[in-house]
Ligand binder design. Structure first.
Ligand code: GLY
Length: 276
């Protein structure tokens, strides 16, 4: 997905910050050793998730940002690449026009990709990758490399997306794993954690940003609490299935996306865009 230019909030083709630069965040965690590698606000390198994974093998200096992350990536031979596509430039230009004309918030729009994996030996990993909020300030880092993921092969793992600034207030991925450790099914853990954080934010701050999570335990049972996104489940014997979620009073009902929905999704992503 980091290489797919039409997916506009991850990797190549990700949407830029307010200075029209693509700054990427990513993290990788190993559920056996609890090793973590993370990068923030890295520019001009392809596949930030591979750089984060490489950093997880280090004993110290596991999270690098900006120039330091770029120097590490360069020294380790990762592919340098201009990640700003012409399509992303048009989105940037159009958003500027919309902001001028309609005074909409520059920050609308974010879609981290988060994954939780379990292999045949029982090892679990979790990872996130994102270009973060569209039109963010230079150097802004969201939840993705900080608290947007957590995994422990003895329990399970979780990954989150939504408004990073709000997600960080709850360390929600860790909270989901903690709930699974208490014996909660991943679906229950996702619903409890999201409902709790959403309620807390609304009570204390009057509003809450989007919060979406996926989780899996070490038996391969999964759950999700998703607002406005789709998610995918795949196994070694089952082709990837795309699911959509209806949230009814805090309870999630997942249904398989239809062929029609999938076709429309791809058409929408890939349709030509016109400079306003
Ligand atoms: N959740 C992605 C971000 O806020 O950067």
């Amino acid at each position: 997905v980091e290489d797919f230019p039409y997916y506009k909030s991850v990797g190549y083709g990700g949407l830029p910050n307010e200075a029209m630069e693509v700054e990427l965040d990513a993290a990788y965690m190993d559920g056996d050793t609890l090793d973590i590698g993370a990068i923030g606000a890295i520019k001009d390198f392809a596949n930030p998730i591979s750089i984060a994974k490489r950093l997880s093998k280090e004993k110290v200096n596991n999270m690098l940002v900006g120039y330091g992350a770029e120097k590490f990536a360069y020294d380790e031979g990762f592919e340098s690449k201009n990640m700003l596509t012409d399509r992303a430039k048009i989105h940037y230009h159009n958003r500027q026009q919309e902001i001028l004309q309609q005074q909409i918030k520059p920050y609308d729009g974010h879609d981290t990709v988060g994954m939780v994996c379990l292999d045949n030996d029982g090892k679990m990993t979790a990872a996130t990758s994102t270009s973060g909020l569209f039109m963010k300030k230079q150097g802004r880092i969201g939840d993705s490399p900080i608290s947007g993921f957590y995994v422990d092969s003895e329990i399970g793992g979780a990954a989150a997306t939504g408004l990073g600034e709000d997600l960080m207030k709850g360390c929600i991925s860790y909270e989901i794993v903690r709930l699974m450790k208490e014996g909660k099914h991943p679906q229950q853990a996702c619903e409890i954690a999201v409902n709790q954080l959403d309620k807390e934010l609304k009570e204390r701050r009057g509003e809450a940003g989007d919060i979406s999570v996926v989780a899996m335990n070490n038996k391969g049972e999964w759950g999700a609490n998703i607002s406005g996104f789709s998610f995918v489940v795949a196994t070694d014997t089952q082709e990837p299935i795309v699911y959509l979620t209806k949230n009814i009073n805090g309870q999630c009902i997942h249904g398989k996306a239809s062929e029609e929905w999938l076709n429309e999704y791809m058409q929408e992503r890939m349709k030509p865009i016109i400079k306003k």
